[in-house]
Design a protein around this ligand. Structure first.
Ligand SMILES: Cc1cc2nc3c(=O)[nH]c(=O)nc-3n(C[C@H](O)[C@H](O)[C@H](O)COP(=O)(O)O)c2cc1C
Length: 148
């Protein structure tokens, strides 16, 4: 079971998340999209895949900021949790893909383990960010399989 946590201001990361979810389902996984991720409703024995864009000056999209606040304030133990992060960003910003790095750090502070290095997609170069995500996805699937 894979919980997909979406952070998206204008819809690009959400579209990537929909494509990734579809591909994971085709690969035989159950995947649930969370457009308003809530720590209390996510099962830490499942794999969490965060797919987010970056806004402001390295800020999180509005819809995923409350989840980051929950993670920062909450003392709960997430040592059973494995996660991965796909970030969309624009390399003309100094804070390229900072939102995904911030979420990855917050999860690791709670004891969660990253399955892979964050995938950072530069929308300045990638015409279709979902294509880069789908090329990377088999690496994630293989890593999950090894842990099963
Ligand atoms: C106002 C604004 C601020 C942005 N700030 C950043 C930033 O700090 N770092 C970054 O890597 N990308 C930044 N971006 C680029 C977005 O992350 C990128 O366009 C992304 O594809 C938007 O995805 P979304 O439609 O899911 O929100 C910014 C874009 C806008 C419009």
């Amino acid at each position: 079971m894979i919980e997909i946590l979406v952070g998206s201001q204008m819809g690009a990361a959400e579209y990537v998340a929909e494509q990734v979810a579809e591909t994971l389902v085709q690969a035989g996984y159950e995947a649930t999209l969370h457009l308003q991720p809530d720590l209390d409703q996510l099962n830490p024995t499942h794999v969490w895949l965060v797919i987010t864009s970056t806004y402001g000056a390295g800020d999180l999209p509005d819809n995923i900021q409350p989840f980051a606040d929950q993670l920062a304030q909450d003392r709960r133990d997430l040592t059973t949790l494995s996660f991965a992060v796909i970030t969309l960003g624009d390399s003309s910003y100094d804070t390229f893909c900072q939102a995904g790095r911030t979420l990855s750090e917050l999860l690791q502070q709670r004891g969660a383990k990253p399955l892979l290095a964050n995938l950072e997609i530069d929308v300045l170069i990638a015409d279709l960010p979902e294509d880069q995500a789908l090329v990377w996805l088999p690496e994630l699937i293989n890593t999950i399989k090894k842990g099963e």
